[in-house]
Design a protein around this ligand. Structure first.
Ligand code: FMN
Length: 366
């Protein structure tokens, strides 16, 4: 019998050939939001990796919503043209499905490239820009206070999400994931650590959920009916007084009612005070709880090292598919290793057939 990890999964009109997903990973290699040759190389290797689905890095809906000056965007015709080339290249050579993660960095924007100064804001002389958020609470000590979005700003950002979704649809992306995690703009509305608004978008859980749900509805309306739309969530802030797993379950139920197709369960990102109990599969218990509360397919993520243990997690109902990030950087043929370990098959190009399931690959397993 085919291992669970290697079985296809259907989301709306999209058949994904297996449950192995390349998790979105910012590459900080765009120019004014436009993809470059780096994206051809980076995504090209994953197109032929045997993974069922590749979700492209956080792709920002506004220029000021980028994390760094190198972040990818889909806010201009130039961005759309550059990404058209990448998406066409991916489809020409690969067999994986291609997803795009829509995001707005909120108060964590205007930051340095991580290999220059990781997690540090740009100074004015480096080209810093004004960021926006739910409130004026800064991300951390040393970070500037963002501007709180007013009603016009809320409308503009909602519209920007819908416009980018329409661009993604034109480019033929198979799936969109809305980023409501890791302390970026929409998670910032959910979390009491970053939202102290006094209007209908702050205060109670219902009010804090309102804006992210409005954005979800706008994207769903702009994105073709037959194509799946998922959401990445931080299931907890890992800080007392922050966003909790219980809140996430309530939010997940709202998303289910609104036509969300799957949830990726991550965590953290709101506060430097977070205490994350790291370890192999450390977010799977959160994934299981959200899966049970929402009834939706759930993508597990976070330190999923071993294909056999990932397969077991799917079989026992922790999650339905698995996103791998750093493991794919270190071993772009992680899916081949899974196929070898689970005695199954994943797609592989004929040019590479002599390496697939070879003695070299078996060597990796030991
Ligand atoms: C280089 C890099 C870039 C990342 N960029 C994103 C991103 O654009 N969007 C996102 O939701 N998560 C991003 N993440 C988080 C990963 O998708 C993933 O959730 C996290 O690394 C844990 O999975 P892992 O243990 O398999 O690496 C990034 C991680 C890395 C290592």
């Amino acid at each position: 019998m085919t291992a669970e990890l290697l079985q296809p999964i259907r989301l709306r009109g999209l058949e994904i050939p297996n449950r192995i997903v390349v998790s979105p990973m910012c590459q900080y290699s765009a120019v004014d939001g436009s993809a470059t040759d780096w994206h051809l190389v980076h995504l090209g290797q994953f197109a032929i990796s045997g993974a069922g689905l590749v979700i492209m890095e956080a792709t920002h809906v506004e220029r000021r919503g980028r994390i760094t000056q190198g972040c990818l965007g889909l806010y201009s015709d130039e961005n759309e043209a550059a990404l058209r080339r990448v998406a066409a290249f991916f489809r020409q050579h690969g067999s994986a499905r291609l997803g795009l993660q829509l995001s707005h960095s909120g108060r964590k924007g205007s930051a340095h490239l991580p290999w220059e100064q990781r997690g540090k804001p740009l100074a004015p002389e480096d080209g810093a820009w004004e960021t926006v958020s739910a409130s004026t609470i800064a991300h951390d000590a040393g970070w500037p206070a963002p501007r709180a979005l007013d009603s016009r700003g809320l409308e503009e950002v909602r519209q920007a999400h819908a416009d980018s979704a329409r661009r993604a649809a034109r480019l033929g992306f198979d799936l969109v994931e809305l980023h409501i995690a890791h302390g970026y703009l929409l998670h910032g509305f959910l979390s009491p650590l970053s939202n102290d608004r006094g209007d209908e978008y702050g205060g109670s859980l219902e009010n804090r959920m309102r804006y992210p749900l409005e954005v979800f509805d706008a994207v769903r309306a702009a994105w073709p009916d037959e194509r799946p739309l998922g959401v990445r969530l931080s299931a907890t802030d890992w800080v007392d007084g922050g966003w909790t797993l219980q809140d996430t379950c309530a939010f997940a139920r709202e998303l289910t009612e609104r036509g969300c197709d799957y949830l990726t369960v991550s965590s953290g990102g709101s506060s430097a005070k977070q205490q994350i109990p790291l370890g192999e599969g450390h977010q799977l218990p959160l994934a299981r709880a959200v899966r049970e509360a929402s009834g939706l397919p759930v993508m597990g993520v976070g330190m999923l090292f071993d294909p056999v243990r990932v397969d077991e997690a799917i079989a026992r109902g922790d999650c339905d598919f698995a996103a791998i990030a750093r493991g794919m950087l270190s071993d772009p043929h992680w899916a081949w290793r899974a196929a070898a370990a689970l005695d199954g098959e994943v797609s592989h190009p004929p040019q590479y057939v002599r390496g697939y399931k070879s003695a070299w690959l078996r060597g990796l397993r030991s």
